[in-house]
Design a protein around this ligand. Structure first.
Ligand SMILES: [Zn+2]
Length: 206
C-alpha cells in the first residue's frame, strides 16, 4: 500500500543534509535535532527571536565600525601605512581589476549588510508581536539565499594568514576595524546557528 505523505507545510528539511522530518509542536524551551546529522532543526524558545534580532543589530553596527575605522597599520623601515577595509577594496581600482574590487566589496561588506538589514526588517515586528511588515517573507528569504555569498569570514581568515606572513617583514598593528570585523564574523556564526528557520517562517506566514 503506498504511504501517504504529510502535507508539505508540515515537512522540515535539515539545512545541512536535506533529510526530511515531520514538524511537531515542541514544548517550550525544547529543541528538535536532525535524526541523521544532529543539526538543530527547530527550537521553541520565545526569547530566541529577540536574541537573534539583537545579534543582527549588533553585527550591523559592528560592520559599520569595521568599514570606517583603520583596519591595519604597517611600519617597516621608517615607512608607515594605515589601511581601512575600503582601502583594501580600492586597491584593485585599475583597469581589469575593477570588477574584482566590486566583487570584493560585495562579498565582504555589501552582502553581509543586506543579509543583516533584511533580517532586522523581517524580525523587528515579530519580536514586538506585531504583524509582519510588507515583504517580510521576501526579505527573510533573501537573507537565507544570500547566506553562501556572504564571505566576511573568508576575508578575515585571509587577512590573518597574510598577517602571519608579513609579521616578519614589518611591524603590524591591528586596528579597531579588525576586531569589529572578527566580531561580526563570530556573531554571524552564532546567529546562523541559533536561528530557527521553521518558527520564523511560521510566524511570517501568519
Ligand atoms: Zn541533517
Amino acid at each position: 500500500m503506498p504511504q501517504t505523505l504529510p502535507p508539505l507545510d508540515d515537512l522540515v528539511a535539515c539545512h545541512q543534509c536535506d533529510t526530511l522530518h515531520v514538524a511537531q509542536d515542541l514544548p517550550e524551551n525544547a529543541r528538535a535535532y536532525c535524526q541523521r546529522c544532529g543539526t538543530i532543526l527547530m527550537t521553541s524558545q520565545p526569547a530566541a527571536m529577540a536574541r537573534i534580532l539583537s545579534l543582527a543589530l549588533t553585527a550591523f553596527i559592528m560592520m559599520i565600525a569595521a568599514v570606517s575605522f583603520p583596519f591595519l597599520t604597517l611600519d617597516a623601515q621608517g615607512l608607515h601605512n594605515a589601511t581601512s577595509v575600503l582601502d583594501a577594496v580600492l586597491a584593485f581600482n585599475k583597469g581589469f581589476a575593477i570588477p574584482l574590487a566590486v566583487a570584493v566589496a560585495f562579498f565582504i561588506v555589501v552582502i553581509p549588510l543586506i543579509r543583516l538589514g533584511a533580517l532586522i526588517y523581517a524580525l523587528g515586528p515579530l519580536v514586538r508581536e506585531q504583524r509582519p511588515r510588507a515583504g517580510a517573507k521576501r526579505a527573510f528569504g533573501l537573507a537565507e539565499r544570500l547566506r553562501p555569498w556572504s564571505m566576511a569570514e573568508i576575508f578575515i581568515v585571509g587577512v590573518t594568514v597574510a598577517l602571519v606572513k608579513v609579521a616578519g617583514l614589518a611591524a603590524v598593528t591591528v586596528g579597531p576595524a579588525f576586531w569589529a570585523f572578527a566580531g561580526v564574523v563570530i556573531i554571524t556564526v552564532l546567529k546562523d546557528q541559533m536561528i530557527c528557520r521553521y518558527s520564523i517562517w511560521e510566524a511570517l506566514e501568519q
